[in-house]
Design a protein around this ligand. Sequence first.
Ligand code: AMP
Length: 400
Amino acid sequence: MRFDEFDLHDEILEAISYMGFEKASPIQEKAIPLILENKDLLAFAQTGTGKTAAFILPILDKIAHSKGDSINTLIIVPTRELAIQIDQQIQGFSYFLPTNSIAIYGGGDGSDWVTQSKALKNKTDIIVATPGKLISHLNVGNIKFEQLQHLVLDEADRMLDMGFYDDIQRIVSYLPKKRQTLLFSATMPPKIKKLSSAILDKPEEIAIELSKPAEKVLQAAYLCSENHKTPFINHLINQKEDYKSILIFTSTKAKVNQIVRGLKNKNYQTDGISSDLEQSERENVLSAFKAKRTRVLVATDVISRGIDIKDIELIINYDVPGDAEDYVHRVGRTARAESEGVAVTLINENDMFRFKKIEELIETEIIKLPIPPEIGKSPEWNPKSQNFRFKNNQRKNRKK
Ligand code: AMP
């Protein structure tokens, strides 16, 4: 479906064509008409499907028709990176409109608070905020939501995982009862159902290709003992000279530092990002990677959800993520929308059982390869025996 088949303002269609979007993605095709019809929405879609534009475009269209002079739309998101990214997308799509927006998040120095407070006192159409910081502004009466028309919760499952259920309820208590509410979530845990029945009014439900990485990602796995992982990624990165953007995921902050040190020793332009960094440092690291000044970025799952970096050619999962959904999010960083990408996972003896669970979730069997013999011997693929050991360990732990 083409964008001009939706009933959207010409200024918005012009911005869409400047962005180079040709056809609407499936979530956009389903969500845009429903949002234009003022329906509440419960949408299951992962990042990489085009879900951000699916809610921004119709909301911008409605703001362009409205005559309000205070906050029209509140978008609540789990992380500051996502807040900044959505705010940037709003600025892109509203380039030819008088609409303005602001991102509100914590982690900066005190000057952010002053800038945010000032901006909130002026006319702001759209606020994109993380829950904690928004509540701080609400507590001191910085924000008035009397004319609010739209509430969007993005990555709602992630927010609940992070313990924001009560904060969200609290924020909602400040909003007018009559409003349109849109809830986007990658998964459907019972808590999402509970939240949606508390804050949505007769929502339309849509689900888009849940839990499957974009089709253009070439996925592979290497069976690799822990002590062979560093030499193997050195080998992999060395072999792929033409790859200018490589993202390595690992589950702990300590491992990020260890991997960065190893790669820097080999003279690869490498940076690490985890929640240890200050907000300004995180932004600098991300922009150097986006601008391709850094070739390899090593990250914890802090950036696996929602963050949109174009043209990542290779994702390496240094370890198998604990949560199968995180695999989908990590792999979703490559091959976003129209491009192609490769995602490689390193599986050691203890992670086989968990990797099998991921394959079940994504309904795909991923090819498993041995590492080159000059680096070491690969363990045999045997997810069942790990299953047994895993259960035994759990039993032992419970007895302790
Ligand atoms: P999202 O799922 O919102 O994180 O979007 C993923 C990426 O797809 C972003 O880089 C968007 O700019 C891009 N995108 C969204 N919609 C389209 C579209 N209809 N055509 C091409 N790219 C798109």
